[in-house]
Ligand binder design. Structure first.
Ligand code: ZN
Length: 189
């Protein structure tokens, strides 16, 4: 197939709570690729920042294709792309692992970021499935906003309104396991 640069692709999964630098790490890799050799995707559900851009809390940004389903990623992949970034993988449907495995077979290096736990401290099923597909899983930690320890949990600071748990930076902070508290409301699915 034209445009495939590498004989062997791979799947790297970067996990952690909010503010752990997951997206910054992915963007550095994408921005370090030769022009035209990388592409970034995000789910339409992730509307915290500017559309058609992935923006980090630290201020890095890159243009991104906005998709509604994992199946659109392969369809929209330009020729010549060797590295694909997929941000906030926990927003995606159950087909994402298969899509990533297909890209790997084509020699593409796939880098995904995702939360490993919901605001209720529970695993995301899609992330658990992606762990099984990944060649490399990298765990990132933030600094606990309470004690300065290793932050592995996302603490939601505002109530859930209408089932919407997507919020800006003000709605969340990183906490260690000891400082984290489960929200009072029942989990939103
Ligand atoms: Zn703490």
């Amino acid at each position: 197939m034209r445009g495939v640069a590498r004989a062997s692709g791979g799947i790297e999964l970067i996990l952690g709570c909010m503010f752990s630098g997951k997206t910054t790490r992915m963007l550095r890799r994408l921005l370090g690729a030769e022009p035209g050799r990388s592409a970034a995707f995000k789910h339409q559900r992730d509307t915290r920042y500017v559309q058609r851009m992935i923006v980090t809390h630290s201020g890095l940004s890159i243009e991104a294709e906005v998709v509604r389903a994992s199946g659109e990623i392969g369809d929209r992949l330009p020729d010549g792309v060797a590295t694909v970034g997929i941000d906030e993988a926990h927003f995606f449907d159950a087909g994402l692992p298969e899509v990533c495995e297909g890209l790997r077979r084509r020699g593409v290096e796939v880098i995904l970021t995702g939360l490993d736990r919901t605001s209720w401290g529970r695993p995301f099923p899609i992330i658990e499935r992606l762990r099984g597909s990944a060649d490399c899983v990298r765990m990132m930690t933030a600094v606990c906003a309470r004690c300065g320890g290793a932050g592995e949990y996302t603490q939601r600071l505002t109530p859930v309104v209408g089932g919407d748990i997507i919020g800006g930076p003000d709605a969340f902070e990183p906490r260690c396991a000891a400082c984290w508290r489960a929200p009072l409301e029942p989990p939103v699915d």
